[in-house]
Design a protein around this ligand. Structure first.
Ligand SMILES: [Zn+2]
Length: 407
């Protein structure tokens, strides 16, 4: 097997989580009577370009054919993040009625609606039918396609190159990152800007965020590796921001390689930090598995202990990262009888693999669990604020990553 970016043979396993079903393959009651497909879930690191990547085993359309239930607008934190981003970019790039903005993976229009409100013409690209329809209802034009070089060239040929191309939490999810990046190059106007947000590999390693690993998440990216991928496509990283989202993300600003813009000092500073932390050293990647196993074991011990002493435990947030954690730990309904989630599209369904049922958050009030395990730890503060009533009966909130804690 060769590296998806540079084609060098992959020899170093970074993390092996055994087998798991696709993390967004939520099940209906009917699905529970049918077999479920589990795929190997294993990460390699390329010792040439340092791209951390999933093992190549299944086609993307197989993973994304599932009724994708994630609607970005269900997280108020994320909505506010998008609103502030649009405000900052409108000011920075002086975007107005004559500009054109493209968002790849526009989801339900959580971000582009801010450009619509400001009178900036935009286009969403979103292959998932349910979320695309929601975006269209907000007045956002949507192309229901996967983005790549072919679509980028088509947009260019149609005279629809963009002043700004936005990609939030999509770059790590594309199977062919070279093709996707060439698409960005093709669809970008001369002088235009690309911004991509993705979880930062440096933080994943630092905080043992192994539960952010799942099949649909093909690449785990450092600034170093993204700079190489951009360069290979005729693009340049000209600025970078560190963001707290998803446990530590990067927002990379890109432009054509020949753009007159000067690359900011933030780029060199972060490249230096990554190097200092050993992101281009094989040894840095060894030992991660043992740390992941420790977290998994601690959660399992906690759940077994609570069951033995008769305490009630439930989970909150039917997120992809929760599925990775629960399936790696082998947790089933006997240890965690249900999970609550605010997204109506997920309620009434079951988590893939563990088959734990998903209920509305109101069920917490009925059952009054002693412990509520927050699976999307990155939204911990938001979840605790929205479910403050749990405190009324002495309930406590638990997170498992980067180490078991309860408050
Ligand atoms: Zn490589």
């Amino acid at each position: 097997m060769n590296c998806r970016h540079c084609q060098h043979p992959l020899q170093h396993v970074f993390l092996d989580l055994g087998f798991a079903p696709p993390s967004n393959a939520y099940l209906t009651p009917d699905d529970l009577r049918a077999p479920e497909t589990w795929y190997p879930l294993k990460l390699y690191v390329c010792a040439h370009c340092w791209l951390v990547q999933t093992e190549d085993y299944a086609r993307a359309d197989e993973l994304f054919r599932h009724d994708y239930a994630y609607f970005s607008s269900t997280s108020t934190t994320w909505l506010e993040h998008a609103r502030r981003y649009v405000e900052a970019m409108r000011e920075r790039l002086v975007l107005g009625p004559h500009s054109f903005v493209i968002e790849v993976a526009a989801n339900d229009g959580y971000l582009l609606k801010n450009f619509v409100a400001a009178g900036v013409p935009c286009l969403g690209i979103e292959p998932t039918a349910g979320t695309a329809a929601a975006a269209e209802q907000l007045g956002i034009p949507v192309l229901r396609e996967f983005f790549g070089e072919r679509l980028g060239q088509k947009l260019a040929a149609d005279g629809r190159r963009a002043d700004l191309i936005v990609g939030n939490n999509v770059y790590a999810h594309v199977p062919d990152i070279n093709d996707f990046t060439r698409g960005l190059k093709a669809a970008l106007k001369p002088g235009g800007t690309i911004t991509l947000e993705f979880p930062h590999l440096m933080r994943l390693i630092e905080h043992t965020q192994f539960d952010t690993v799942y099949h649909e998440h093909f690449s785990y990216l450092s600034l170093y590796t993204v700079s190489r991928i951009f360069q290979a496509a005729g693009l340049r990283v000209c600025d970078v921001e560190e963001l707290p989202t998803h446990g530590g993300s990067l927002r990379v600003h890109g432009c054509h390689v020949e753009d007159v813009r000067v690359t900011t000092s933030a780029v060199a500073a972060l490249l230096e930090e990554e190097s200092r932390r050993g992101l281009q050293t094989v040894n840095t990647y060894a030992g991660f598995q043992a740390r992941a196993d420790r977290i998994k074991d601690d959660l399992l011990l906690f759940l077994i202990e609570q069951k033995r002493i008769g305490k009630k435990v439930a989970a909150y947030g039917a997120a992809a990262k929760g599925n990775t954690l629960l399936n790696y730990a082998g947790v089933k309904r006997d240890l965690l009888p249900f999970v609550c989630d605010a997204a109506p599209a997920k309620q009434g369904k079951y988590l893939p693999g563990s088959h734990i049922p998903i209920f509305s958050p109101s069920v917490l009030l009925e059952h009054q669990p002693d412990y509520v395990v927050i699976l999307p730890w990155n939204l911990r503060d938001e979840v605790m604020a929205q479910n403050a009533a749990v405190r009324d009966w002495g309930g406590r909130f638990v997170t498992a990553v980067p180490g078991l804690t309860w408050v």
